[in-house]
Design a protein around this ligand. Structure first.
Ligand code: COA
Length: 182
């Protein structure tokens, strides 16, 4: 082993998490209209997002949420798809990663921004126990902006979680009242 620093909790830069993947869209990836399937795109997004999370956490990671995704334009058979990711914010054991996707028409060279997504990954050990992640070093105004926005999205996610939990409890209580009256 050359160094131990990669496995410590020493803060890391956003740049050190940046990851990229390029795919050519083949018939197996498309629907009958010849457009990239949404689920296939989500798979590519998950993989590229995980690369950034791995580079930050330097341990195993699992996807906890893919909570916002915009499909802006369709991607066509034969297009070159480029996905770029980086960690927006490190929390305690989780990280928010942003992924941006472009499609390039190989005949015309036109490049379009076709999708963006935010994902949350949690660092875990081999037994699945959560592990702390290093904090992030912010070096550019854009990184500072994304870091702030990630906190707002986390707060929104948490309030949605509470709302759904309350709705589930209310539905269960209603079912119990109905069952008691039968
Ligand atoms: C994600 C998972 C590890 C969370 O485990 P847990 O014991 O419920 O976690 P906790 O409630 O202790 O939360 C741990 C962290 O995950 C975050 N988290 C948990 N569920 C989340 C969700 N749905 N969305 C966003 N973040 C989430 C928490 O905010 C917390 O972050 P923090 O430590 O940075 O504050 C667990 O639910 C899991 O293993 N899910 C399945 C993952 C999976 O199979 N993914 C697909 C294949 S990789």
């Amino acid at each position: 082993m050359s160094s131990t620093t990669e496995t410590t909790l020493a803060p890391r830069t956003v740049a050190s998490t940046q990851s990229e993947m390029t795919e050519i869209i083949l018939p197996n990836d498309t629907n009958i209209l010849g457009n990239l399937l949404g689920g296939r795109l989500m798979h590519f997004i998950d993989l590229t997002g995980a690369m950034a999370a791995y580079r930050h956490a330097r341990t195993h990671v699992v996807t906890a949420a893919m909570d916002h995704i915009d499909f802006i334009y369709p991607v066509h058979l034969g297009d070159l798809l480029t996905l770029k990711s980086s960690v927006n914010r490190a929390f305690t054991t989780s990280m928010e990663v942003g992924v941006k996707v472009w499609a390039e028409n190989t005949q015309t060279g036109e490049v379009l921004h076709v999708a963006s997504a935010y994902l949350v990954f949690v660092a875990v050990d081999k037994s699945g126990r959560n592990l702390k992640v290093p904090q992030l070093i912010l070096e550019t105004p854009n990184e500072v902006r994304r870091h702030g926005d990630a906190l707002l999205r986390r707060q929104h996610r948490e309030s949605e979680h509470v709302r759904r939990k309350k709705a589930r409890h209310a539905a269960t209580a209603e079912e119990e009242v109905l069952a008691a009256g039968e």
